[in-house]
Design a protein around this ligand. Structure first.
Ligand code: ADP
Length: 167
């Protein structure tokens, strides 16, 4: 996809579970990379949640899918995104916003992050029409029931996703 934007001289973080990475995630990362100097994709892990892929596996898939974007790096963290942002000096948290489903939760998160770190601003990028209804859980559901997920995930991640889903 061709992306045009003015680039801002700032570090941005794209946090998420990425379990697994989808075309929707990569689209948001690409658009953030066109806007900011340095983008850190942050693989978050919540001790209360069960994941299909370990944090290291999610990181490795993201690295593969973003290898062609020079100003993108991937990291893992189990703590609060707002505090991670403070540690690395990031000024912006970039989140993708899908239909209505994300709004309430993302708004709550943005306000909490701002309370925890006044120096960080959350920027929402609207999902594209193509990826508006795409989520990692949908990919897992479709894949586990034998459906074709190749149009939902980047080709670099497809073999690993299929291997894990079909275990
Ligand atoms: P999910 O598990 O629901 O796919 P993640 O926690 O991994 O979500 O998402 C990380 C970030 O990517 C969030 O800001 C989320 O809104 C965004 N995102 C996820 N899927 C999409 C999509 N299809 N289009 C745009 N943004 C998305």
């Amino acid at each position: 996809m061709k992306v045009w934007a003015c680039r801002m001289n700032k570090i941005a973080i794209c946090p998420g579970s990425f379990d697994p990475v989808t075309n929707g995630h990569v689209e948001i990362i690409r658009r953030a990379a066109a806007m900011f100097d340095r983008v850190i994709v942050l693989v978050a892990s919540n001790a209360m949640k069960r994941y299909l892929f370990s944090a290291e596996e999610r990181k490795s898939l993201l690295c593969r899918c973003t290898a062609d974007i020079p100003n993108v790096e991937v990291d893992c963290d189990e703590g609060l995104t707002a505090l991670y942002a403070k540690r690395v000096g990031a000024a912006v948290i970039v989140k993708g916003l899908r239909a209505l489903s994300d709004f309430d939760f993302e708004f709550q998160q943005a306000l909490t992050n701002r309370k925890l770190n006044m120096a960080v601003e959350t920027v929402f990028l609207p999902a594209s029409a193509e990826n508006m209804y795409l989520s990692s859980s949908m990919v897992k559901q479709v894949g586990m029931l034998g459906g074709d997920v190749s149009c939902f995930v980047p080709p670099e991640a497809l073999p690993d996703i299929l291997a894990r889903i079909r275990l």
